[in-house]
Design a protein around this ligand. Structure first.
Ligand code: SIN
Length: 297
C-alpha cells in the first residue's frame, strides 16, 4: 500500500490495496491513522463494491448514520444513492458543505464510491481543510470565533429535495436543526477547525442578525480560498472517505445532461464541542516589498 499526499494541507491518495478484499485490524489501524492525518483518503483502482462490502468497511469506523431526508437503497437504508442525470433538478452536494451538520450529532465521516461518471469528464469533488482555514486566521480572530455558536438548519435544504425519488414531505415539520460551536475541536486529534458551512449554517446565535450576516459572509469567503483545497477527479469505482468533522466538500455539477452515480455511506458522529488547546506560536512577521505581511499557516 502506498499513500501519497495530495497537497500540503489535505488529502492523500492510496494505491496498492483492494477494499473488496476486506479490511483486517492491522490494515484498518493504518487506514485510520491516514484518515486522521490527511482528512481525505482517495482509494484508486478499486472494484465496484457490493453495498454490504461498503457498509462493512464503513462499520470499521463506527455505527452507521441514516440520512434524515434522503431515501436509502431498497436493500439497505444506510446506502445513499448519489445520482444526477438529464432530468435532475438539483445535484447532491453542489455547494460547499459539511454533511448533515444540521443534526446535533453530525456524521463523523462519509465513504463514497463512484459507479458511473460523465463520459465527457467533469463531476470532480473539491475538499477543503477547515483546520488549515482555522490556522490561517490570526490569533485574535481565532479567539473571537472560539467564543461563538452557530445555528445549522435543514428545511431550506431538504424540503422537496428528494421528491423525484418518491419522498413526500409536504406535511413534515421536524427538519433537524442544531447549534454548534463555530470552532470545533476534533475529538480524536484535538486539532481545531472552523465549523460553519454555506449549506446549513444560517446564523451566529450570539450576535445581532446584522453582525451574524457580516461575520458569516466573511468566514465563508475565508474558508473557500483555494489554498485549503484539493480537487479530486474520479475514475470509475474510486472510493473516497472524508472526515466530516474537519473537512468541507463541494460536488461539481459541470456535466449536465450527462449522468453521474455512486453509493455513499456515512458513519455516526458525536456532538461537536470546543475545547481550548495549546495554540501554535504567534505568527512570524516579515517585511516584504509592499509593507508588513505575516504568515499564519
Ligand atoms: C455529497 O455531498 O455527499 C456528494 C459528494 C459527491 O457526489 O461528490
Amino acid at each position: 500500500m502506498k499513500v501519497t499526499p495530495l497537497s500540503p494541507v489535505i488529502g492523500a491518495e492510496v494505491v496498492g490495496l483492494n477494499l473488496a478484499d476486506g479490511v483486517d485490524d492491522a490494515l484498518f489501524a493504518r487506514l485510520h491513522r491516514g484518515f486522521l492525518t490527511y482528512g481525505v483518503l482517495v482509494f484508486r483502482a478499486q472494484e465496484r463494491l457490493a453495498p454490504e462490502t461498503q457498509v462493512a468497511f464503513a462499520r470499521r469506523f463506527g455505527a452507521l448514520h441514516r440520512h434524515p431526508a434522503a431515501p436509502g437503497l431498497g436493500t439497505d437504508p444506510h446506502v445513499f444513492v448519489v445520482h444526477t442525470h438529464a432530468k435532475s433538478q438539483i445535484a447532491n452536494g453542489n455547494g460547499w458543505h459539511t454533511d448533515v451538520s444540521c443534526e446535533p450529532e453530525p456524521p463523523l465521516a462519509t465513504i463514497l464510491q463512484m459507479h458511473v461518471l460523465p463520459p465527457s469528464g467533469g463531476g470532480d469533488t473539491l475538499f477543503a481543510s477547515m483546520e488549515a482555514a482555522y490556522r490561517a486566521f490570526s490569533l485574535p480572530v481565532r479567539q473571537f470565533l472560539s467564543g461563538l455558536r452557530a445555528a445549522h438548519e435543514s428545511e431550506h435544504v431538504y424540503r422537496g429535495r428528494y421528491a423525484d425519488r418518491g419522498v413526500v414531505d409536504d406535511d413534515r415539520e421536524d427538519y433537524p436543526m442544531a447549534v454548534h460551536p463555530v470552532i470545533r475541536t476534533h475529538p480524536e486529534t484535538g486539532r481545531q477547525s472552523v465549523y460553519v458551512n454555506r449549506g446549513f449554517t444560517t446564523r451566529i446565535v450570539d450576535v445581532s442578525p446584522a453582525e451574524s450576516q457580516a461575520i458569516l459572509r466573511w468566514i465563508f469567503s475565508h474558508l473557500e480560498q483555494a489554498e485549503f483545497q484539493i480537487r479530486v477527479t474520479w475514475h470509475e469505482s474510486d472510493v473516497v472517505i472524508w472526515d466530516n468533522r474537519c473537512v468541507q466538500h463541494y460536488a461539481m455539477w459541470d456535466y449536465w445532461p450527462e449522468e453521474r452515480c455512486g453509493h455513499r455511506v456515512s458513519i455516526k458522529g458525536d456532538a461537536p464541542f470546543y475545547r481550548p488547546g495549546v495554540e501554535p506560536p504567534p505568527p512570524t512577521l516579515h517585511f516584504s516589498h509592499d509593507g508588513l505581511t505575516s504568515r499564519y499557516l
